[in-house]
Design a protein around this ligand. Structure first.
Ligand SMILES: O=P(O)(O)OC[C@H]1O[C@](O)(CO)[C@@H](O)[C@@H]1O
Length: 237
């Protein structure tokens, strides 16, 4: 059974080592095979599916088994989200459903880099204008995540591919290594998110999926400019 999901699952999207070569600390890493599995656009019932579609939202589950990538922890490829019609970047909301995660966020202007350590049950919002990767820092435990995100855009991979990944690499000996392809960037800010809380320390009740059909709780995903408070305590200012 896939952690965080007890219903039927469609075939996953799979990222392989080959897909990830351009973003690895060691691009010549000879590893091969599948790295992580993305089950997109899930719903537990027909009414939930209808509500998600009407509200331009998607619920996904991502499973990232542990892996050593030539000294680097396994991670997602990394992307930014474009701006919505009001000019604010689309955000995203994650929950760790199994294992522990590091979310490495970087503002598109590269004036802020945040590393969020999130345990099982923690929620993490990706603020407007921030790119993100998710890292599984465990040598032996699988990480599973759920996310809610707007269906109104496509992820943008260009910067991560051109610059060979995020601004920092998390190595499995504990080092956080600056990516030499980036210009000068600020040091990493560290935040922690624990079960039932987000990275700003606010309480979160219920599972992420329990927010499906709660229009007020999820409206910020399509109109983030109206809900700046959601990101207070996460961004630099
Ligand atoms: O597209 P990437 O960078 O591989 O990241 C995958 C993640 O992004 C999502 O598409 C949501 O933004 C999830 O399905 C998955 O967790």
């Amino acid at each position: 059974m896939t952690p965080g999901w007890n219903g039927a699952l469609p075939a996953p999207g799979i990222r392989t080592v080959r897909d990830m070569k351009s973003v690895l600390a060691e691009p010549r890493c000879p590893e091969t095979g599948a790295l992580y599995f993305m089950y997109r656009d899930l719903a537990r019932s027909a009414p939930d599916r209808c509500w998600l579609a009407q509200n331009r939202l998607r619920y996904d589950v991502t499973v990232i088994p542990p892996r050593d990538l030539c000294g680097e922890y396994v991670k997602t490829k990394g992307h930014y989200h474009p701006a919505d019609p009001a000019g604010t970047g689309y955000p995203e909301l994650y929950e760790v459903t199994q294992g522990e995660a590091f979310f490495l966020l970087q503002s598109r202007t590269l004036d802020d880099i945040v590393l969020i350590h999130a345990g099982t049950g923690a929620r993490v919002a990706i603020p407007p204008g921030y790119g993100h990767i998710t890292i599984n820092p465990s040598p032996d435990a699988t990480l599973a995540l759920a996310n809610l995100v707007s269906t109104a855009f496509e992820s943008e991979y260009g910067e991560y591919e051109t610059l060979h990944g995020a601004a920092y690499y998390l190595m499995n000996d504990g080092r956080i290594v600056k990516n030499r392809h980036y210009p000068e960037v600020p040091p990493v800010r560290h935040l922690t998110a624990v079960k039932g809380r987000d990275a700003a320390g606010r309480a979160c009740t219920g599972s992420l999926y329990s927010l499906v059909s709660n229009r007020d709780a999820l409206a910020f995903l399509n109109e983030p400019e109206k809900y700046p408070d959601v990101f207070t305590g996460l961004t630099k200012d």
